[in-house]
Design a protein around this ligand. Structure first.
Ligand code: FAD
Ligand code: DHB
Length: 391
């Protein structure tokens, strides 16, 4: 099999890239190791930055998002039983975010690709990228138990944190920057209307909690739990009781309970792989970087990377100049590190590390009070949350 761009992985990055390339008249083949149902139902991100929303619309993938997504103009910070709302449009010159789940973004992009796009092969597992630094890179893959080769002009590894693409970059050229956190998130989906119309990020002495949503009738909630916690270790009533404690306010706000339909635990990690390109192999999304989820940057970063790649390759096709392709890694990493910084700041602002000292507790509260009191501090948060411009 032969194509111009071999794309490994049909998460949001790989799927949107195939769509963007098709719009530019460049053919591609997407290889995805899992089946369609798995990709469409893997419960993950929920918040789309303004720039992501704009890109999905421009790619013709915004119709259902605009019908069913929930535009949000702010978030609430909760600490010390107090509530502080951050008003995004007022602080950023009109920017906001959209609550529209990653599962739905993937469903929309898969439907478009199968109807109008190039080959999207499910249950096709990439085994290795070969010849990354030659003019004819290849992806070795296995489908239906049979090994095959995809011959390409370019390969883009959109295969997530556990993928194979980045292994094709020689170790001596790579620098990895990493940090793990001694806690994770226990996430639940519940069939109950969200108890607040915007997201609530809560800092509490017992740990962080987040109230989010998937629709007007489905809540998505998260609790900070110790590293290594099993989701089943928490009973449903226990989860609701803990959420109630951490969201408690001095006023009469209350948390509505409902049947929990799904539970899972996510570990937290910061990770950056430099460079994001080697020869004709490009890494995009979680294949190159991970942020802790506080602040909702992961999916949006993945979208930014593939927009940058599609622009760079289109530029090369139009002008014959590889300057944007050559600058790919540097361009993406500038935005990646801003998101790493923001996600780290949000995580350390809101989570309680095991063994945190009373001094550190007070500092967290002082940082939150500063955001509530200073338009400059609040603007910094609002700009980062609604998203940095794509490179
Ligand atoms: P992935 O979605 O991981 O897709 C990679 C794909 O490659 C997968 O489908 C995988 O099956 C496939 N693959 C892997 N190996 C191979 C192989 N060898 N051959 C072929 N295919 C392969 N981000 C946000 O922006 N906002 C949020 O609100 C948010 N919340 C989150 C909440 C949770 C609980 C979690 C876990 C993550 C959250 N994130 C959030 C992060 C976000 O989900 C990821 O950053 C995003 O999925 C990255 O997309 P991707 O396409 O790069 O990778
Ligand atoms: C969601 C996840 C996040 O990491 C976040 O900061 C906000 C919302 C969510 O899954 O809804």
């Amino acid at each position: 099999m032969r194509t111009t761009v071999g794309i490994i992985g049909a998460g949001p990055a790989g799927l949107l890239l195939a769509r963007l390339l098709q719009g530019a008249g460049i053919d591609s083949v997407v290889l995805e190791s899992r089946d369609r149902a798995y990709v469409e139902h893997r419960q993950r991100a929920g918040i789309l930055e303004q720039g992501t929303v704009d890109v999905l619309r421009a790619a013709g993938a915004g119709e259902r998002m605009d019908r069913e997504g929930l535009p949000h103009d702010g978030i609430e910070l909760r600490y010390d039983r107090k509530r502080h709302r951050v008003d995004f449009p007022a602080l950023t010159g009109g920017r906001s975010v959209m609550v529209y789940a990653q599962t739905e973004v993937c469903k929309d992009l898969i439907a478009l690709q199968l109807k109008e796009g190039g080959p999207l092969l499910f249950e096709a597992e990439a085994l290795a990228v070969e010849g990354a630094d030659t003019a004819a890179p290849r992806v070795r893959f296995r489908r239906d138990g049979v090994e095959d080769v995809l011959e390409c002009d370019y390969v883009v590894g959109c295969d997530g944190f556990w993928g194979v693409a980045r292994r094709a970059i020689p170790e001596e050229l790579v620098r990895v920057f990493e940090r793990t956190y001694p806690f994770g998130w226990l996430g639940i989906l519940a069939d109950v209307a969200p108890s607040h119309d915007e997201l609530v990020y809560a800092r509490h002495d017992r740990g962080f909690a987040l109230l989010s949503m998937r629709s007007p009738s489905v809540s998505r909630l998260y609790l900070q739990v110790p590293e290594g916690t099993e989701a089943d270790a928490w009973g449903d009533d226990e989860i609701w009781a803990e959420l109630e404690r951490r969201f408690e306010t001095a006023d009469d706000w209350s948390l509505e309970r409902g049947p929990i339909t799904q539970k899972s635990v996510t570990p937290m990690r910061s990770y950056v792989h430099e460079p994001m390109r080697h020869g004709r192999l490009f890494l995009a999304g979680d294949a190159a970087h991970i942020v802790p989820p506080t602040g909702a940057k992961g999916l949006n970063l993945a979208i930014g990377d593939v927009v940058t790649f599609a622009r760079a390759l289109t530029h090369e096709r139009r002008t014959g100049s590889a300057e944007l392709l050559d600058a790919y890694s540097e361009t993406c990493l500038r935005r990646v590190w801003q998101a790493e910084r923001f996600s780290y700041d949000m995580t350390t602002l809101l989570h309680r590390a095991p063994g945190a000292t009373p001094f550190e507790d007070r500092l967290q509260l002082a940082r939150l009070e500063r955001i509530a009191a200073s338009r400059a501090a609040e603007t910094d948060l609002a700009e980062a949350y609604t998203g940095f411009p794509f490179g």
